[in-house]
Design a protein around this ligand. Structure first.
Ligand code: ADP
Ligand code: MG
Length: 974
């Protein structure tokens, strides 16, 4: 019977950062309903209904053992979530249903917390495993003629490749392991996957730790995969029990537990316009999961399961033979509003998916018979005619069949084995596992007494997993190319001989860097030996972060009851950033978010530069802070961008944060291939993450044009400075704003006087306004640009206007002209003209070159570039800081203000003179009265326009006439 996918949402507490930042709560829950409110628009509140809405944000207390237990009835603890969701999984397993549990949500939202948990806050997966074995033990004692078997596996899907986390060798297989389509039986259909029989909860736990450790090593050593990988744990539970008539029945349940990649990877927010975004920012598996869920929710016929590794693997879970549960993890904080809303929408669609789970049970001999029949069929096809047989379309399919045949054989063997034989196998496995468990236990005991380094990872689930002991004597640290190092760390920037840690008899620990090795101790780079203390943070190379645990120090601190909290990844990373060049950029006045962003980007920037040097990519990355004013915004956040400098040509490109992050992941992959000794690690330009097309337009700078003169019917004809984002002068732009007649003729000064405006909001609103904007030319552009053009966006236009592109000169003439007509001018338009500035962007295409002709390495070029920059900074360059930019801006504004004011004064003087003339005239004629109409004429002279409009208005009031014709009549005066 078809059944809906069950969907639960869960909201976590604020984390330390969010608390520090005084984050606002945007999620609320009542019963099954979850509400989300837009932090920028309180009235925009949406509600969603799910099977379960778990409030884990507040209302809890931490027990002595670390368990978070409810203080208020509203709080959902780990037990509640297990009772609602985990118990069902367990029941289904016993009944012989396949089941699947997905955790979806952005990185840091609590997926791993719900699925696996931390410390004593165990998640669904360990509790399910624990209970499963408890129940098996109970049954084994009662029903001796029954058999129970549990097989465990753990894989990671990264970049469409499957990796067996229990077999690190699979990380080295180029392209990873193959995920095959249409899994109808078995655990996963991943070729060569290790499926381990397990016989106790402890053994599952140790396998999980092993898998996580492999993942951690892969993530810090090689790829930063943590938030980009999907982790899939598979448990296959087989029961062989006699039925009422004594016939042996086999019941199989496959349980998939899926911790998905961070959902922020599903879309390409921010990386727009990057030619490599497809390859990098979009996690194909994740976005295809979304596509499949959409298609399923809409009841479509064709579901694109085949388009990605993950959906191939989870086809059953998504619409086939499985009972499926989805947990969507939600961040409570305002800054994650968009991502959280999209998670809620995703979860909402998942609700309408239906699956059809059936009990997988058959008489054992029937199963064996069927397997054998299928085996025969496969054998015939494979052996067919030698080589690829008829009817088999391609080689790959043929190989798949061969593999299937092998898997089948194994399964038949397995099924035919007697209970006794199996028992023997299980017992052998148990012994092996007992040994492993003992070793694990020993290791964890050792951690208490022996000094060691433990790892810090961006992903809390991977923190503290790797441990390197430093026993008495010397421990040599080096990469895998070193001569038998005691501790192998093969990350970026690691040397074959990197450091030595000496542990003397009295447990004094000394860390000594080898020549040329990069090591940071508590945020400071060290060159000489230093003593290590408890909780010291040590970074080896570019990114291998560890904390030192010193049992002797620790015990002393414990005696004094002064055990300090363990350092976190964020703290360790931030102290390194703060002590590096970043403090030149950081500024107390910066908002918290920008500071955080900077500290996040900084280490990545250093890694990217290191990779560029090692791979000799001839580019250099720098941080660029773009104030909103520099791009013509009145307010807003200062944005971080990364400036990419092509060292041989001096060409520059600007990447936004997301583009840079994505590119960096790709660089790292390239770097790994290089380190692995892969001959084809390098890529053609258009796939190279370091390369940018010089032909892509680059924003040279902006000119800010004040338009207030237009509002007073004066012409503007001025030259404006073009400044770049740092406020440095990049040339000049001339711009004209000319008042015209309706048919586009530029009005003479006399004509302008006739339609003079004294108060735009009184005199211009409601009347028509015609002018044209001209950009004749720019002057003094850097000669490195091969083509230059200008672009701007006027008022409420949604399209940008653009001049033609001109090349081959530093003084390009555009002769651009664009006419504007407003009929009538609205109060908004008048306000815009009076108060806003028009930002004219000057864009350039850079010249390409045929690579590096200097013969210098990236490192040398980079050094030269740094020297050049330093010389410029001390020299009398025309550049200035951003503050100067504001001054330039302010002065060009006051120029125009003054000019406008002066002309207005001239007009007023003129009137006064005319009035004086009338009075003089009357006096000379000895007249007693002055003709009012004459005075009126003078006063009105400035604004015939407005006078006419008033007449029209009166007429309108009286006759309720048609406004359109009336206005155009009035305006025709112009
Ligand atoms: P994800 O796997 O989605 O990236 P995690 O599960 O690692 O996120 O959670 C990020 C951090 O938030 C972890 O430190 C975790 O302990 C904490 N956290 C997540 N959910 C909860 C919760 N329900 N209660 C308490 N802490 C939580
Ligand atoms: Mg996680």
């Amino acid at each position: 019977m078809a059944e809906r996918v069950k969907v639960a949402v869960r909201v976590r507490p604020f984390n330390e950062r969010e608390k520090k930042r005084n984050a606002k709560l945007v999620i609320d829950m009542k019963g099954n309903l979850t509400y989300i409110s837009d932090p920028n628009n309180k009235s925009n509140k949406k509600d969603f209904a799910f099977d379960y809405s778990y409030w884990s944000h507040d209302g809890f207390k931490e027990e002595k053992n670390g368990y978070l237990s409810p203080e208020s009835a509203a709080y959902a603890d780990q037990k509640k979530v297990f009772d609602d969701l985990g118990k069902g999984v367990l029941e289904n397993a016993w009944s012989g249903f396949n089941c699947s549990l997905f955790a979806y949500g952005q990185t840091g939202s609590g997926k791993s917390y719900s699925m696996v948990g931390y410390g004593n806050n165990k998640g669904i997966v360990p509790i399910v495993c624990e209970k499963l074995f408890q129940e098996i033990e109970g049954k084994r004692e009662k029903a001796k003629d029954s058999e129970y078997q549990v097989v465990f596996s753990m894989i990671e899907i990264y970049n469409e490749q499957a990796r067996d986390l229990l077999n690190p060798a699979s990380f080295k297989v180029k392209g990873g392991l193959k995920v095959r389509e249409n899994p109808t039986k078995g655990l996963f259909f991943v070729d060569g996957l290790k499926e381990l029989p397990v016989n106790s909860y402890q053994s599952i736990e140790s396998k999980m730790t092993e898998g996580t450790k492999n993942r951690t090593v892969a993530s810090t050593n090689m790829n930063a995969t943590s938030s980009r990988a999907h982790t899939v744990i598979g448990i296959k539970f087989t029961q062989k029990t006699p039925n009422a008539s004594g016939q042996s029945m086999t019941r199989v349940s496959v349980i998939n537990l899926v911790d998905l990649a961070g959902s922020e990877r599903a879309n390409s927010t921010g990386a727009e316009g990057d030619r490599l975004k497809e390859g990098a920012s979009i996690n194909q598996s994740l976005s295809n999961l979304g596509n499949c869920i959409n298609a399923l929710a809409e009841n479509k016929k064709n579901i694109p399961f085949r388009n990605s590794a993950l959906t191939k693997l989870l086809k059953n879970a998504l619409g086939g033979n499985s009972k499926t549960v989805m947990i969507a993890a939600l961040s409570p904080a305002d800054i994650n509003y968009d991502e959280t809303l999209s998670t809620l929408r995703f979860a909402d669609r998942a609700k309408s998916i239906k699956t059809k789970a059936v009990i997988n049970e058959s008489p054992t001999d029937k199963l064996i018979r069927e397997l054998k029949e299928e085996n025969e069929r496969l054998k015939k096809m494979v052996e067919g005619k030698g080589g690829v047989p008829a009817g088999v379309e391609n080689k790959e399919e043929y190989e798949n069949m061969q593999r299937e045949l092998e898997a089948n054989k194994k399964e038949i063997e397995d099924m035919e084995k007697s209970y006794q034989e199996k028992l023997a196998a299980i017992e052998a496995a148990a012994k092996e596992q007992a040994k492993e468990a003992a070793a694990d236990k020993k290791k964890s005991e050792q951690r208490k007494v022996m000094p060691h380094l433990w790892n810090l990872n961006e992903d809390p689930a991977l923190t503290g997993i790797v441990c390197h002991f430093t026993p008495q004597g010397d421990s040599k640290i080096g990469n895998n190319k070193g001569k038998n190092p005691d501790i192998i760390l093969s990350g970026m920037g690691m040397l074959p001989e990197h450091a030595v840690i000496s542990n003397s008899k009295d447990q004094k620990i000394i860390l000594k860097p080898c020549a040329g090795a990069k090591i940071c101790l508590n945020g400071n780079e060290i060159k000489d030996k230093k003593e290590l203390h408890h909780n010291d943070r040590v970074q080896f190379g570019a990114n291998m972060l560890f904390v030192f645990h010193h049992p002797k120090d620790y015990t002393a601190l414990a005696k004094k009851k002064k055990v300090p909290p363990e350092p976190t990844f964020e703290q360790a990373r931030d102290e390194i950033s703060q002590n590096s060049g970043i403090n030149k950029i950081l500024d107390d006045k910066m908002d918290q978010m920008l500071q955080q962003d900077l500290m996040e980007i900084w280490p990545m920037l250093n890694e990217a530069n290191m990779m560029s040097e090692e791979l000799d990519k001839q580019v250099k990355f720098e941080i660029a802070l773009i104030a909103p004013q520099a791009v013509g915004k009145k307010s807003g956040r200062t944005e971080i961008k990364v400036k990419v400098k092509d060292l041989p040509t001096g060409n520059e490109f600007m990447w936004d944060k997301n583009t840079f992050t994505n590119r960096k992941y790709m660089m790292q992959e390239m770097y790994n291939n290089y380190i692995d000794g892969d001959a084809d690690w390098d890529k053609p330009k258009n796939e190279d993450p370091f390369w940018e097309d010089p032909n892509n337009p680059y924003l040279i700078g902006t000119a800010h044009v004040h338009m207030m003169a237009v509002a007073y019917n004066f012409h503007t004809d001025e030259t404006f400075l073009i400044t770049d984002y740092r406020g440095i002068d990049q040339g000049q732009l001339s711009c004209k704003l000319l008042i015209t007649s309706k048919n586009g003729k530029v009005l003479s000064d006399k004509e302008l006087d006739e339609i003079a405006i004294e108060d735009p909001s009184r005199d211009l609103v409601g009347c028509c306004l015609n002018f044209k904007l001209e950009i004749p030319c720019v002057r003094g552009i850097n000669k490195k640009y091969s083509q230059v053009y200008c672009a701007y966006q006027f008022y409420i236009d949604d399209k940008k206007e653009q001049t033609r592109e001109v090349g081959g000169t530093i003084n390009p003439d555009f002769n651009f002209s664009k006419a504007y007509a407003f009929d009538p001018a609205t109060p908004q338009l008048v306000q815009y003209l009076e108060q806003e500035t028009l930002v004219i962007e000057v864009w350039g295409r850079q010249k390409s070159s045929d690579g590096n002709n200097s013969g210098l390495s990236t490192r040398e070029l980079s050094l030269k570039d740094r020297k050049g920059a330093a010389a410029k900074a001390t020299g009398k360059g025309k550049g200035g800081a951003r503050a100067d930019d504001k001054e330039d801006d302010a002065s060009s504004k006051s120029n125009i203000e003054a000019m406008t004011y002066k002309r207005r004064m001239e007009r007023a003087e003129q009137k006064l003179r005319k009035l004086a003339n009338i009075v003089e005239d009357a006096k000379s004629k000895n007249a007693k009265d002055i003709d009012i109409s004459k005075i009126e004429e003078v006063i009105m002279a400035g604004y015939k326009f407005k006078a006419a409009a008033n007449v029209v208005k009166q007429v309108l009031k009286a006759k309720n006439n048609n406004m359109g014709t009336a206005t155009s009549q009035a305006c025709s005066l112009q």
